[in-house]
Every structure is written in structure tokens, then in C-alpha cells.
Design a protein around this ligand. Structure first.
Ligand SMILES: *[C@@H]1O[C@H](CO)[C@@H](O)[C@H](O)[C@H]1NC(C)=O
Ligand SMILES: *[C@@H]1O[C@H](CO)[C@@H](O)[C@H](O)[C@H]1NC(C)=O
Ligand SMILES: *[C@@H]1O[C@H](CO)[C@@H](O)[C@H](O)[C@H]1NC(C)=O
Length: 196
């Protein structure tokens, strides 16, 4: 009888199951021992000036002060990649050179500040962007999004786990009463959304 055939798939399946079980067990142990927390990101201050629409150009000068907090007591974090991008109604505000940061290692319970700046002007505006600008102007506040692109490694002994969290900060810049083009976002500091 072909009794030697069935055991092989069963053996493979159980090996598969036991390695899955082991992996799950290791992850559980990791969570129990190290109690990992996500990084916390805050927009400390944001200043927008020279924000104007003329003909088909949008000019801007956006300076940000953002803090990145490693709240963990037992896990150091490598920031292998970190960059910031700013958007106005889907239009990316360049240049982005000033907003790529050198890789760094963040110790436990540590806060690091980064200061992205977006300064310049952008042509080729879509009708949506122009309409949004005029609408925001009438409403008395400009809304911008800032996204951070990060590649992180959590380091625990010899184990390193990689993450690519999505970080989103929403900014609302009320026009000053005197119509000045220089504005601070309110309210700050504000927590940004971090999604692993
Ligand atoms: C950035 O914000 C933090 C927290 O409010 C503050 O301590 C720090 O001085 C600010 N940095 C600059 C350059 O303004
Ligand atoms: C852009 O804004 C920063 C601070 O908000 C300021 O130091 C800088 O001079 C501004 N640049 C221009 C071209 O206005
Ligand atoms: C207009 O707004 C700017 C920026 O907030 C401020 O520096 C300036 O003092 C204001 N001028 C008046 C007359 O209120």
C-alpha cells in the first residue's frame, strides 16, 4: 500500500506549523519583554511666509520645527532614512533637498529635533490648486499637509526589526488680521499621526 506517501505532506505541514508557532512565540516574548512603543512626532512650530498666488505661480516659505521622540525604555532606533515633504492640496512644495536628513541612531527616551524648510515657487498649477487657494483665502486660513518618510530599525540585542511608518501632520495657517503674508500655524505644538 502507498502508506509512505501521506506522511511527507503531513510532516511538511507540521514543520510549517511549528515554525509559525515559534515565530509567533518569539514575537510575543519580544512584546512582553521590551514593550515596544511607536515613535511620537510633534510639530513644535510652523511658520509660513511669502505664501502667494500670482499668475500661474505659487510662492511659499515654510519653516518647521518637528520633534521625534523615542519613548521606549529598552529599544534604540536607527533612522536609516528620514525625509519630509510638504503638500498644498496635493501639490508638492519643493525643493526637497533641505528636507532629507542624515541617518542617525536614537537612544532610548530621547528626543531629536529636525527643521525642514520648503522655500521656492511652483508653476504648472492645476485648476484645483488655484481654486483651493482662493477658497482658503476667503475662508481665512490655509491648510497644508506635511508627511515624513521614515525607514526605522528597532534594535534589541542582536535583533533588528525594520519599520516604515507613515507620519502625517496637518497644519492650518490662519491669515493674520492685517492681511500679512507671515503666519504661524495654530495650534502648536501638535501631535502628528504615526501609523506603523
Ligand atoms: C524647536 O521646538 C522646541 C520645542 O518647543 C524648542 O525647545 C526648540 O528651541 C525649537 N528650536 C528652534 C531652533 O527654535
Ligand atoms: C523664509 O522664512 C525664514 C524663517 O521663517 C526666514 O529666516 C527666511 O529669511 C525666509 N526666506 C525668505 C526668502 O523670505
Ligand atoms: C501684521 O502682522 C505681522 C505678522 O503677524 C506683525 O508682525 C505686524 O506687527 C502686524 N501689523 C499690525 C499693524 O498689526
Amino acid at each position: 500500500m502507498p502508506s509512505s506517501d501521506p506522511p511527507r505532506p503531513r510532516g511538511c505541514c507540521s514543520r510549517c506549523c511549528s515554525s509559525l508557532f515559534t515565530l509567533g512565540f518569539l514575537i510575543l516574548i519580544y512584546w512582553l519583554i521590551f514593550q515596544p512603543h511607536q515613535i511620537r512626532v510633534y510639530m513644535n512650530s510652523a511658520t509660513l511666509s511669502n505664501f502667494a498666488l500670482s499668475d500661474a505661480m505659487l510662492t511659499y516659505n515654510l519653516s518647521l520645527n518637528i520633534s521625534l521622540r523615542n519613548p521606549n525604555r529598552k529599544i534604540g532606533i536607527y533612522y536609516d532614512r528620514l525625509s519630509a515633504a510638504a503638500f498644498y492640496n496635493g501639490l508638492q512644495l519643493g525643493p526637497a533637498e533641505s528636507s532629507f536628513f542624515e541617518p542617525f541612531f536614537q537612544h532610548t527616551k530621547n528626543t531629536r529635533m529636525v527643521y525642514p524648510v520648503f522655500e521656492g515657487s511652483q508653476g504648472d498649477l492645476s485648476k484645483d490648486v488655484k481654486d483651493a487657494f482662493n477658497k482658503d483665502k476667503n475662508d481665512g486660513a490655509y491648510n497644508l499637509d506635511v508627511k515624513l518618510n521614515a525607514k526605522l530599525r528597532h534594535k534589541v540585542w542582536f535583533i533588528k526589526l525594520s519599520f516604515k511608518p507613515k507620519i502625517d501632520c496637518w497644519l492650518r495657517f490662519p491669515l493674520t488680521a492685517n492681511g500679512s503674508a507671515s503666519m504661524a500655524a495654530q495650534p502648536v505644538p501638535r501631535k502628528c499621526r504615526v501609523k506603523y
